[in-house]
Write a protein that binds this ligand. Sequence first.
Ligand SMILES: C[S@@+](CC[C@H](N)C(=O)[O-])C[C@H]1O[C@@H](n2cnc3c(N)ncnc32)[C@H](O)[C@@H]1O
Length: 166
Amino acid sequence: MLDVGCDHGLLACAFASAARHVTGFDITPAMIERACQLQRERGIHNLSWQIGDVSRFPFADGSFSFAFTRHTFHRFLQPAAVLAEMVRVCAPQGRVMLVDVVLPTERAVAYDYLEKLRDPSHVPVKPNPATAPSRRPAPTIPTRAKFGTALPRSRSRLAPTRPPPP
Ligand SMILES: C[S@@+](CC[C@H](N)C(=O)[O-])C[C@H]1O[C@@H](n2cnc3c(N)ncnc32)[C@H](O)[C@@H]1O
């Protein structure tokens, strides 16, 4: 199987326990380095990595029985062309699976804000034109300062209670 935009290889390594062979494909060499490290740590042998751009896969037609990608399509400038490439490298009876986030505009703003706090390299999701705008008002985005003060309180609520010192 092919994992497009495999990042640091978390899913490719997981798929390797079920697939005959997995190829992880990504444009970022640093991600592939981390993926190799994860593969070594887990002692996986039916897995290889390839650095490249999704605009043209270096694979022959019908090379894979399963072409998969997660959380990548909203980043691509020409997603339809990438989908066509995934179909090309997939065997006629194979499967192509895309997993990504699509949100109504007013929710995308809040989602992108939180994702950016977590991962500054986050690329904003594309609003779904097929989704009717909801009647709910757009959420108020907290300022960084407000968010910062709210964080310790919610963390302490989630933290396990420590037993009192003897
Ligand atoms: C959010 S990460 C994907 C996460 C991963 N698929 C997962 O589910 O854990 C997006 C990945 O897409 C890769 N990427 C972005 N543009 C690309 C392109 N044009 N060709 C290949 N990979 C690309 C990035 O390097 C990054 O590793």
